[in-house]
Design a protein around this ligand. Structure first.
Ligand code: B12
Length: 231
């Protein structure tokens, strides 16, 4: 039953059918499904469907935009429910997060931001297409513990490298943990640029951030959290 419902949800997201998508999310919540499972099995799956259509030439950018907007509404409803279900624990740490320069994708980053928020992190989300120096400025301003960058575009990868280089060159590398994620950001890339952590998805991001907050200094090797490909 829940599989069928998740299929209906992912198809309505892929079709950009907001009314249908919100109805199926509500049905799933009413049936007692775990909100983050709905997001993963219905929401992210829907983005993969429209992406396949795009790759196959059966959908174009407008369809991606409409599907993206529908997904955002679904994300909002799910996080309203998560927040209503339980209060935030004690503050765990301060995070500055941004989508890399040149990149306007923000659904995945928003999911990470929201999940960190309900897990007790104070999150300063700078949005999309953010020049790396602005991220560092904000981290200084709010005395952040963790700087997190996301990108879905291969062409924006160099801007992730710039953050580490700039922090190193200005003697500030040890002040912050630096973590990265998003489609084209491979574990090898994260290791090569000397990031402190990499997470596959928003769940991994939360576990990664919690782990870093237990550490006094940067880990010797990049911490990789990948709940989808364990052992
Ligand atoms: C929706 C979408 C769009 C929408 C974005 C709407 C929005 N507001 O975000 C629109 C239509 C605007 C768009 C535009 C473009 N897109 Co687009 N888009 C997608 C699509 C289909 C889905 C992305 C998505 O939302 N996924 C769902 C979310 C929940 O998953 P996610 O982003 O991966 O995030 C999760 C993890 O990655 C991780 N994570 C993310 N960030 C972080 C950060 C940290 C620190 C951690 C630990 C984890 C983490 O956790 C998240 C939650 O679990 C993808 C294909 C795909 N399946 O990924 C293509 C895709 C990303 N787009 C692509 C391209 C090429 C473009 C365009 C250049 C197209 C064009 N010709 O104009 C433009 C880019 C414009 C720009 N300058 O940025 C390519 C990128 C290829 C590449 N590697 O460079 C993709 C992969 C499609 C493809 N197969 O070619 N796009």
């Amino acid at each position: 039953m829940s599989k069928e419902l998740m299929e209906k949800l992912s198809n309505s997201i892929a079709d950009g059918d907001e009314v249908g998508a919100l109805q199926f999310v509500q049905e799933a919540l009413d049936a007692g499904m775990v909100p983050m499972t709905i997001l993963d099995e219905g929401g992210t799956a829907g983005m993969d469907i429209v992406n396949k259509r795009y790759d196959d030439g059966d959908a174009y950018l407008p369809e991606l935009v409409v599907a993206g907007d529908t997904m955002k509404k679904v994300v909002d409803v799910i996080f309203e429910r998560i927040e209503a279900d339980g209060g935030v624990a004690q503050k765990r740490g301060t995070v500055v997060i941004a989508q890399a320069e040149g990149d306007v994708h923000d659904i995945g980053k928003n999911v990470v931001t929201a999940l960190l928020g309900v897990n007790g992190f104070e999150v300063h989300d700078l949005g999309i297409d953010v020049p790396f120096k602005r991220i560092i400025q904000k981290a200084e301003e709010v005395d952040a513990d963790i700087i997190a960058q996301s990108t879905l575009l291969t062409t924006s990868l160099p801007f992730l490298e710039d953050v580490v280089a700039y922090l190193r060159d200005t003697g500030k590398r040890d002040k912050y943990f630096y973590v990265v994620g998003g489609g084209p950001v491979t574990t090898d890339f994260a290791k090569r640029i000397g990031a402190d952590g990499w997470g596959r998805n928003a769940f991994d991001a939360v576990e990664l951030f919690k782990k870093l907050m237990t550490m006094d200094s940067a880990p010797e090797e990049t911490i990789i959290l990948d709940s989808e490909h364990q052992g």
